[in-house]
Design a protein around this ligand. Sequence first.
Ligand code: HEC
Length: 156
Amino acid sequence: MKVCCDDENIKYSQDLWSVLTKAKLVGAGAKQDAPYKGQAPHGAVLETIHAEATVNGHKGMAVVKRNYGGEGVSVDAVKKDPAKYLKAVTVMFKREAGYDPDNADWFWAKYKPDGSLDKNPKGMQLAGRVMKGADKGCIACHSAVKDKDYLFGKQS
Ligand code: HEC
């Protein structure tokens, strides 16, 4: 099985991004949420939004995390000018059963603010079963909260 970051998962991440854009969860027209002080490896300030989304006919829970950082970042600064501090958008999307039964069928993606995919140091575009089986990366770290459906924050 392809683990991640192949063409199929990259294409899927683009479909997911356009659905989230229409829902005003990401992109230039994104609605503001409630920024709070975050933690590594995500941003110094974060917003986390849970919303249902339908991608290619499949309806699932999307968890969108906006990661803010940069010089002068603070909760107030982000409230005033979110675009200035937005560094990345990390998303978990609950795929159809069987997509990744070992890891609760989550699809993982890390986008830049413009919706293009971020890459890891090896140059892999981060979309799909990201770093499945490795000792680092989305799945490895989120496995610490496997019993909470891989969610550190509130459950969907
Ligand atoms: C080293 C550990 C670690 C890695 C690697 C990591 N995360 Fe997270 N992630 C966290 C922590 C801790 C939180 C809770 C942050 C908070 O809200 O304060 C979190 C929260 C999230 C959330 C919000 C849902 C939740 O769990 O509360 C999403 C979505 C998310 N991460 C996506 C990703 C994606 C996609 C990747 C890979 C590109 C990734 N994460 C890599 C630790 C990690």
